[in-house]
Design a protein around this ligand. Structure first.
Ligand code: C5P
Length: 244
């Protein structure tokens, strides 16, 4: 086998997931079924299933989506004592999820336990500071007296130390996180909007093309695809922009 030497930017692009992740922010099984039925069966998607859908439908939703051949990021943001998180991760691993996450605030031992429970196959990432947390809230409520950016980088470094694959972050934080950890450390970025599409309640957005340039590994979009008049055309356009 010939090993190809990759420079840093080639390596980052090689690791990048070429499919934009679609956030399945629906509350019923039927809505998911009719949304997915619009895509041709050979188009294998990577979808994000969040708390609302998972708690409304249960593990069956993961089995269904996996059964169609799609990949699943189960976004449940676990945060509990290490033993409980480890056992819960074992359950999610048996479900066949491709990626899931925890809150880095749960600590190094919790993150290591999560990795043990999930096993080596699926990707495991952490939430640092939620993007809904303001710096003022972080100072007053969490009593963390650094800047928000420093706290995000601190949690990212701890996440890497715990042996996790990466973090969920704003596309604006990717550069600082990668330089504090490594280029291989995965940055999954929501808050992505193609030029000209509705921003909704997102604040600091970035286009798929810019997210590619700054080194995001995974981008997540919900409404620009799920609420589009033609979701397939919207998905294909975003995918083309993301892949350059
Ligand atoms: O519809 P939209 O593209 O804004 O959906 C983005 C998805 O990513 C939603 O499921 C949202 O909950 C999630 N998310 C986010 N910002 C974060 C973490 C997750 O928008 N910081």
């Amino acid at each position: 086998m010939v090993l190809k030497r990759l420079n840093n930017s080639e390596r980052m692009l090689e690791m990048r997931e070429p499919r934009p992740l679609i956030a399945l922010d629906f509350s019923s099984f039927d809505d998911v079924k009719s949304f997915l039925a619009q895509f041709p069966p050979e188009e294998k998607l990577y979808v994000k299933i969040g708390m609302e859908l998972y708690y409304a439908v249960g593990p069956e939703i993961v089995r269904y989506v996996k059964g169609l051949g799609h990949s699943v990021f189960l976004d449940l943001k676990l945060h509990d004592i290490p033993n409980t998180v480890k056992s819960a991760m074992k359950v999610l691993s048996d479900l066949g999820v491709d990626m899931t996450n925890v809150h880095a605030a749960g600590g190094i031992e919790m993150m290591k336990a999560a990795r043990e429970g999930l096993g080596k196959g699926p990707k495991l990432i952490a939430v640092t500071q939620l993007t809904s947390t303001s710096e003022e809230q972080m100072h007053d409520f969490q009593n963390i007296q650094t800047s928000l950016a420093e706290s995000v980088v601190h949690y990212a470094k701890k996440t890497a130390e715990a042996g996790l694959d990466g973090v969920v972050c704003s596309a604006h934080e990717v550069e600082a996180i990668k330089s504090a950890t490594s280029n291989d450390f995965v940055c999954l970025t929501p808050g992505i909007r193609p030029a000209g599409s509705a921003i909704g309640d997102q604040k600091r957005i970035m286009t798929p093309a810019d997210a590619r340039t700054i080194g995001s590994d995974y981008i997540v979009l919900g409404r620009p695809i799920t609420r589009a008049e033609d979701p397939i055309a919207a998905y294909q356009a975003i995918k083309a922009e993301w892949n350059g």
